[in-house]
Unconditional design. Structure first.
Length: 132
């Protein structure tokens, strides 16, 4: 080292690098948390709308089935009222079972919530040398 040359202490360089790394990690955490928050809001909104639609559809179908059942019982009151009630109950039971199975299948096929956030976290772990 000659006169007039400037040297930077290793502690300063290491400190700057650590601050830079900490800022990078903070930015990554902030971006991931914003993504997670956005996905959470979208998922809650979607589930709320779906629940409202299901409830309205169920109420309408329930009223229609009740009215149809009463109509059929009134029409066949003198001849086949017991049979009509039994057939209506069997149809409702079969429909309920079929719809329950359909709902279960759709829940099994639904996309994993927060898939984008999890994918980004795996990518970050891989970039930092961790195992995904």
């Amino acid at each position: 080292m000659g006169p007039g040359s400037t040297t930077v202490a290793p502690e300063r360089v290491t400190g700057k690098r650590l601050r830079s790394l900490a800022a990078t990690v903070a930015d990554i955490v902030r971006a991931r948390s914003q993504l997670f928050s956005c996905e959470l809001q979208e998922e809650l909104q979607r589930r709320g709308q779906l629940l409202a639609l299901i409830m309205l559809a169920g109420a309408c179908l329930h009223a229609a089935l009740f009215a149809l059942t009463v109509l059929l019982v009134v029409i066949f009151w003198d001849t086949y009222r017991i049979e009509v009630i039994c057939v209506a109950c069997g149809i409702y039971l079969a429909g309920g079972i079929a719809l329950g199975l359909l709902a279960r299948a759709q829940l099994a096929q639904s996309a994993q919530p927060f898939a984008a956030s999890l994918r980004e976290l795996r990518r970050d772990l891989a970039a930092f040398g961790g195992s995904p």
